[in-house]
Design a binder for this molecule. Structure first.
Ligand code: NAP
Length: 248
């Protein structure tokens, strides 16, 4: 029986493209989503069509109880969890610091940072060779914003991704002795719904002139990097942040 990869935010955007590539590469795929069950079910049907198991699981990654229940559902499905992709993430509309609210910061950090921490913890408990597991690979979605800081746009979002970068480097070193490779991918500006849902589609389009390749990336181009980091082809890559950003 093949192994499971759990992809948080797997129903749309980069997560969905990753789910498809993972299925093509032989993974069974657990598709986490927050609200849009239609998108998750439609994607699951496509993965079934590729001959893979596919399990949509609704859970808010910011909620410890819901994350715990999500992993228990996956346990109940049977089979080994060998991969985790933390792709669930949110942005907020462009604003300067003085116009932001504590509620906005709390939600951004809860989803982007707490969500990643909670899912890494649950996965590590199952994968760790020190706990009887068989090892695995974790890929965290960060952003090039972690380096640029996104001044005047969303310094808070950039700060959440800076935290994801630091977590990825530290966990990479902490868990490698237990057979778990942790790495991160830092996309540039990628064509997904995230820009429109945060009211920033025009801003994203205006930034294209600053990208050396002069175009946005496609979700599939990020998925390729993620699937490589999940696979044994990247067996000597640990605690690394891979920029996939058209030269930006
Ligand atoms: P997207 O198209 O907006 O998709 C977001 C996905 O995350 C959806 O499946 C959504 O589920 C899920 N989600 C949102 N909040 C969640 C929560 N609290 N719990 C569980 N699932 C949740 O996003 P994307 O553009 O693919 O981005 C994926 C990741 O890449 C994010 O971490 C983002 O920060 C990062 N990234 C994106 C870009 C870019 O330009 N697109 C650039 C750099 C980094 P529902 O549909 O059910 O809400």
């Amino acid at each position: 029986m093949s192994a499971w990869v759990l992809i948080t935010g797997g129903s749309r955007g980069i997560g969905a493209a990753t789910a498809l590539r993972c299925a093509e590469a032989g993974w069974d795929v657990a598709i986490n989503y927050a609200q849009d069950s239609g998108a998750a079910q439609a994607l699951a049907a496509r993965l079934h069509g590729l001959g893979r198991r596919a399990l949509p699981i609704q859970a808010d990654v910011a909620d410890p109880a819901q994350v715990g229940a999500m992993f228990e559902k996956l346990d109940a499905a049977g089979g080994r969890l060998a991969g985790l992709v933390n792709s669930a993430g949110i942005v907020a509309p462009a604003a300067r610091l003085e116009a932001m609210t504590p509620e906005r910061w709390r939600r951004l950090f809860d989803v982007n940072v707490m969500g990643t921490l909670l899912c890494c913890q649950q996965a590590a408990r199952r994968m760790s060779t020190a706990r009887g597991g068989a090892g695995g690979a974790i890929v965290n979605l960060s952003s090039r914003a972690a380096e640029f800081g996104s001044a005047g746009i969303y310094v808070d979002y950039a700060a959440t991704k800076g935290a994801v970068d630091t977590l990825t480097k530290g966990l990479g070193r902490e868990l490698i002795g237990e057979g778990i490779r942790v790495n991160g991918v830092r996309p540039g500006i990628i064509e997904t719904d995230i820009h429109a849902t945060s009211g920033m589609l025009e801003r994203a389009q205006a930034q294209v002139k600053d990208i050396p390749m002069q175009r946005m990336g496609r979700a599939e181009e990020i998925a390729e990097a993620i699937v490589w980091l999940l696979s044994d082809a990247s067996s000597y890559t640990v605690g690394t942040l891979l920029d996939v950003a058209g030269g930006r």
